[in-house]
Design a protein around this ligand. Structure first.
Ligand code: 5GP
Ligand code: MN
Length: 344
């Protein structure tokens, strides 16, 4: 891991010391386990240090993350716009976690752009946009949660980490590594986890709260998608799942129900590029995953208005689902060489 820029840590520490009014922490839109875990983990540490903290999420996150300490107090922007705007107006600092671009703030974009107090971005996505006063960007970390733990230590705030904060941070690392399946080749990540375990957290229980907590509908939806809505392209080492609105309705789709779907095709022998297209009201959400060298963040940014990490990325397009699928199918031959020579 790269060492932290001491000047930035010093400046962040000074600003934290001076802040009088509440600190707002925000994750990205459609928050995943790392976004929620790093936001609530850091919030718990700052609260233990005597700070007033409010977590504002651009939109709702799945129920299976709601066990985290402080989740009940999270303000959901698109459900409580006026309250959120008031809190942002009065806040003394803004901490943005787990995203690298203003477009990932969802409908909070104007509030973030017009925020007047000190602001900081702490994130592990490559190529951060410069929209905060300070940036702590370390793509070599497995997750923002892991990075937050080390920022907390660098700030000298380790004494304020407790079991509840450690549970949140562990959840962020666990989910962003696919339960320690990928992004874990740096020994540091396991060292971080072993430090978090000293706070008496129960990793099996946390894993169960997230991954053994699905509805029957969600399981049946997964089964349906894998049997009826998956296309496999062995010649390109690729596979794709599409999720229509009609199918979502049939299985009472709830936020988070399709989390993890995109990983399944990677279990097929020979497949190392996987895609999930989810039809929304006026757009299609794309999720991409790869094993090995194939850079899905470049694929996402070149064709699907998105970005992310080399092996996990996403994007959104406003074309309808059928046109999106046609576009995807026509792109595969263009990437044939890269996909077939990819090492994994
Ligand atoms: P997911 O497929 O789980 O939604 O997203 C995987 C990763 O891709 C996220 O951690 C994030 O880095 C990135 N990502 C997902 N959606 C978008 C998007 O619309 N724009 C950008 N820039 N990145 C995205
Ligand atoms: Mn993350």
């Amino acid at each position: 891991m790269k060492p932290f820029d001491i000047e930035i840590i010093k400046s962040f520490s000074e600003k934290l010391g001076l802040v009088q009014s509440p600190i707002v922490i925000m994750p990205h839109v459609n928050p995943d386990g790392d976004a929620v875990g790093s936001a609530l983990g850091f919030a718990n540490v700052l609260k233990n240090a005597g700070k007033q903290v409010v977590v504002i999420s651009p939109n709702l996150y799945p129920d299976f993350y709601k066990w985290m300490a402080g989740s009940a107090e999270v303000v959901i922007f698109n459900a409580e716009r006026e309250k959120s705007a008031k809190i942002m107006k009065e806040a003394g600092m803004l901490i943005c976690l787990d995203f690298n671009h203003l477009s990932r703030t969802g409908e909070m974009i104007e509030l973030v752009e017009s925020f007047e107090g000190p602001s900081i971005l702490i994130d592990h996505h490559p190529y951060p946009q410069n929209f905060t006063d300070l940036i702590i960007s370390h793509p070599e970390y497995s997750s923002t949660a892991e990075l937050v733990f080390h920022v907390v230590k660098a700030l000298g705030m380790e004494p304020f980490v407790d079991k509840w904060a450690a549970e949140c941070l562990f959840c962020g690392i666990m989910t962003d590594t696919g339960s320690f399946d990928y992004n874990v080749s740096d020994p540091q990540t396991f060292k971080t986890v072993s430090e978090l375990l000293t706070y008496n957290i129960n990793p099996e229980e946390i894993h169960g709260r997230v991954f053994d907590n699905y509805s029957v509908d969600r399981m049946r939806l997964l089964g349906y998608c894998l049997s009826e809505c998956m296309e496999v392209y062995p010649e390109y080492h690729a596979a794709m799942i599409f999720l229509t609105k009609e199918v979502q309705k049939r299985y009472n789709f709830a936020p988070g129900d399709s989390e993890g779907f995109v990983n399944y095709p990677l279990s097929i022998k020979g497949v190392h590029f996987s895609t999930l297209f989810t039809e929304k009201d006026d757009q299609v959400k794309a999720s991409f995953r790869s094993k090995g060298d194939f850079p899905v963040n470049e694929f996402a940014s070149s064709h699907f208005n998105g970005g992310g990490h080399r092996n996990a990325s996403g994007g959104e397009v406003t074309t309808n689902l059928q046109d999106t699928l046609t576009k995807y199918r026509s792109l595969l031959p263009e990437y044939a060489e890269l996909l077939t020579k990819t090492k994994c």
